[in-house]
Design a protein around this ligand. Structure first.
Ligand SMILES: Nc1ncnc2c1ncn2[C@@H]1O[C@H](COP(=O)(O)OP(=O)(O)OP(=O)(O)O)[C@@H](O)[C@H]1O
Length: 822
């Protein structure tokens, strides 16, 4: 309601000076007439937010009611326009109606009320209204106010009742009082006028503020418009950016596709390179090994031959020489002896003859002298005979000188013989010189052979290193798959394909079971798996061994190696592992051969084999007595420092010949078959672990290596719900499943291993036993065995999934357990 309407009401009812003269300035905070502006201000704030402090309610100096004030319109309706007020349910109007109904009474009360020292604004307006209300009374002299109006007011009642005139004097008093009151009222009106002027000024100030506000609202609206324009621009920009983003996303997607293609190509290339590299390394190794063997053999043969030739030649020469010498000496000696004896015999004969003749001559001379005495005549005859005798003596003397000459000749020939002996002896020196020469050359040949051996030793060390690098390149956990052949009576076969059998042989595709779709169509799904190698049904154990022989070599080189066969019952685990030409006999045969070969390089190996089974989460010694099975407590101890495992209460066999392995396998088989009478086919229900400890020492280089080869034939992996086992079988199956799942957990944990992460080895006896043969310090190979039967299809798919999980696991680098002697 506008102020005009507000001011008309009292005029109509009272006839006093119309309060319409009082131009109530609009005030947003105090006046009801300004409530619209206030509302507008509030609205503008509501839409624009709090723009300026000027919009805040300012204290006016007037007292404000603690409660919500009535609008001017409401106030106007209180008295004069009560009849015109539209009926309304609103509480304000109700108040207005109540006020209108009691207006007479209210105004009467107001006249007697002294302006409060602390009037509310309501009161101030009331007082203004009351003045108006008071003025509205009929200006009669008697002031005949409705009695009820006074009577209804307690406070007024007492004062007015007591002063009510009963005659003219009191009427005069009443008029005087009335005039006084009129005077009071006028003076109050004046003061109110002043107050109103002040108020008006204030309101004008407020109005200017409001116009400022409007100005600022306008500015704000302009700003809003600007902002709106900016928003539109931004929206457009946003659109552009969005389309750019879309383009970028498209570009990213195409780039990603390209990248993916490039990456795939790259990975193909890397795979190809790796494969090529591996093949080259294998070829090189083979060639190198063959070359080494050939060189070594050639060297050895050449050295042997030369040595033997020399020795034979020397022996022969020495023999010939000594024989010849002995013979010549013997001959010479005989000749000399013979000649000497003959000469001495001759000299003796001549001497004896001469002495005899001299004796005879002396006797004859005696006889002659006696005869001279007797027969002087015969003296001349005797003299002639004497001359003859003298010439004979000369002849004999010449014979003696001849014999002496002959003796001298013999001596000369003896000397010549001696010279010949000397000569022969000097020839022997030449020969011994030749012998020395030969010896020296032989020494040189031996030295060369030793150098070649040393080179071979160095190359063996290099080979070990290269071998390990190759193994590391292949990864420390490898997974291979083998599908066993079917038998004649096995007719319902699963569809298993080997797409790359002619190339790498790494993939196997299994056609899944038939499924019916919602539309009733029967569909099948192909499951493709990829491993390090896939062996088809025609593969032989020898081919399998070719793939693992390098791991066996690693065990000799000082690594822990674990090879295990995983798969359901009847899939070929035992056939692969422990049959007559399975991995265990082949591995031990290779180890023997290799250990023997390494002997010439200074290595001496000690091999010890144990065979244990894990049945129902208990260890059993398969090399002990059959009756001790399930009774004797086998303990597994770990040396955490040396990172090795010891078995207590088990028989360990020193393997000093390949035939010992056969014995071990037979004993284990016998023990298991004895136990099988108690719990069906024991081999299918337990894990068997063949443990071969290899300790090598090199006397030349001082190296020492300790490796372990674990060959594990796991229990059948069929699922519980599929096996429908009960009783003992149920317990067996539960234990098998638990240990197999623990094995998976351990491999999983090793794959995702962070430094110091917990590996749950202790969760099963199997993983506890293999603690140091799985993981960082070992090389692991898993064979997943597959049955070709359709009936086993689900188990086959489960096994292949498990194997894929293992295949995707990367286990840290293996460490060699090699020590160097102090
Ligand atoms: N590659 C193969 N070539 C020929 N015969 C095989 C082959 N693999 C397995 N067999 C035969 O299949 C049968 C089951 O094999 P095997 O006993 O090795 O299975 P398994 O997985 O060890 O079973 P279990 O878990 O019961 O010990 C045997 O008769 C075995 O001779």
């Amino acid at each position: 309601m506008d102020t005009a309407t507000e001011n008309q009401a009292p005029t109509r009812s009272s006839g006093l000076r119309p309060p319409s003269k009082i131009q109530l300035p609009p005030s947003p905070s105090r006046s009801h007439g300004l409530s619209e502006l206030t509302d507008a201000g509030t609205n503008s704030r509501g839409t624009m937010g709090p723009p300026v402090g000027s919009i805040k309610h300012k204290p006016t100096g007037l007292h404000e009611p603690p409660t919500k004030r009535k609008t001017l319109q409401e106030r106007a309706g209180e008295y004069p326009s009560k009849a015109a007020a539209p009926p309304s349910d609103r509480p304000v109007n109700g108040v207005v109606r109540t006020a209108a109904a009691n207006s007479t009474r209210v105004f009467a009360a107001s006249t007697s009320r002294v302006p409060s020292a602390n009037p509310s604004r309501h009161n101030s307006v009331s007082s203004m209204s009351s003045s108006v209300g008071y003025g509205s009374r009929p200006q009669t002299a008697n002031g005949a106010r409705p009695k009820s109006a006074y009577g209804s007011h307690n406070r007024s009642k007492s004062s007015l009742q007591g002063s009510r005139p009963a005659s003219t004097v009191p009427q005069l008093e009443e008029e005087q009082r009335f005039e006084r009151k009129v005077f009071d009222t006028e003076s109050r009106m004046e003061s109110m006028e002043r107050e109103f002027q002040a108020f008006k000024q204030k309101m004008e100030g407020e109005t200017s503020q409001a116009s400022d506000l409007k100005e600022s609202i306008k500015m704000l609206q302009t700003r809003v418009n600007e902002l709106e324009a900016i928003r539109t621009q931004l929206m457009a920009l946003n659109e552009e950016l969005r389309s750019d983003l879309k383009d970028a996303k498209n570009y990213m997607a195409s780039a990603n596709t390209e990248l993916e293609t490039v990456r795939r190509n790259h990975s193909f290339e890397v795979d190809d390179m790796r494969r090529k590299h591996r093949n080259e390394i294998d070829d090189l190794q083979d060639r190198y090994r063959k070359d080494c063997d050939r060189t070594r053999k050639d060297n050895e043969e050449a050295a042997d031959k030369v040595r033997k030739d020399f020795e034979a030649q020397i022996d022969k020469l020495l023999k010939m020489h000594s024989e010849e010498l002995a013979e010549m000496q013997k001959r010479l000696k005989n000749e000399v002896e013979e000649e000497q004896s003959r000469r001495s015999r001759e000299v003796q004969e001549l001497q004896s003859e001469y002495s005899l003749k001299m004796k005879n001559v002396g006797l004859e001379a005696d006889t002659r002298e006696r005869e001279v005495q007797n027969v002087r005549l015969e003296l001349t005859t005797v003299k002639g005979e004497l001359d003859r005798e003298r010439s004979l003596k000369n002849g004999l003397q010449s014979q003696l000188s001849e014999a002496t000459t002959h003796n001298l000749t013999l001596e000369a020939s003896n000397k010549a013989m001696k010279a010949k002996i000397d000569f022969l002896e000097s020839d022997s020196q030449a020969q011994s010189q030749a012998f020395n020469d030969l010896h020296r050359r032989m020494q040189e040949a031996i030295e060369a052979a030793e150098q070649a051996s040393e080179k071979l030793r160095q190359e063996e060390t290099l080979r070990r290193k290269l071998h390990n690098q190759v193994q590391e390149l292949k990864g420390n956990i490898r997974v291979m798959c083998r599908v066993r052949p079917s038998y004649a009576d096995e007719v319902e076969l699963a569809k298993i394909a080997f797409p790359d059998a002619d190339m790498d042989s790494k993939e196997v595709v299994v056609q899944g079971p038939e499924k019916q779709t919602a539309l009733g169509n029967v569909t099948t799904q192909n499951y493709s798996y990829s491993f390090d190698h896939v062996f088809g049904p025609t593969s032989q154990n020898s081919e399998i061994f070719e793939e693992i022989s390098q791991l066996v070599q690693s065990a000799l080189d000082g690594y822990n190696v674990c090879i295990f066969c995983y798969g359901q019952t009847g899939s070929g685990k035992t056939y692969t592992m422990s049959s007559a030409d399975g991995m265990i006999p082949r591995a031990t045969a290779q180890i023997y051969a290799e250990a023997t070969r390494l002997e010439e390089k200074g290595w001496r190996y000690r091999m010890e084999g144990s065979f244990v089974e894990v049945y129902n989460e208990t260890y059993n010694d398969l090399l002990g007595r059959a009756e001790d099975l399930d009774k004797k407590k086998v303990e597994v101890r770990h040396d955490t420092v040396k990172k090795s495992t010891m078995l207590e209460n088990t028989v360990s066999v020193v393997l000093d010949s390949p035939s010992r392995v056969e014995e071990i396998l037979k004993t284990a088989d016998k023990n298991r078959s004895v136990a099988a009478t108690k719990a069906n086919s024991r081999s299918s229900r337990s894990h068997s672990v063949f443990i071969l400890k290899l300790v090598g020492e090199n006397g030349i280089t001082g190296e020492r290596s300790e490796g372990t080869l674990n060959l594990v034939d796991l229990a059948g992996s069929e699922r519980l719900e599929h096996s429908k086992a009960e009783g003992v079988r149920l317990k067996e199956t539960q234990n098998i499943n638990k240990s197999l799942s623990c094995l998976g957990d351990v491999i999983n944990a090793l794959g995702s291993m962070k430094e110091g992460a917990h590996i749950p080895y202790r969760n099963s006896k199997l993983t506890y036993l293999l603690q140091y043969s799985l993981g960082g310090n070992s090389k692991t190979l898993m064979f997943v065995m597959v049955s070709p039967l359709q009936a086993h299809l689900q188990e086959t798919i489960t096994s292949l999934k498990f194997a894929t999980k293992v295949h995707n696991t990367h286990i840290g680098t293996a460490r060699k357990q090699t020590k160097t002697r102090d």
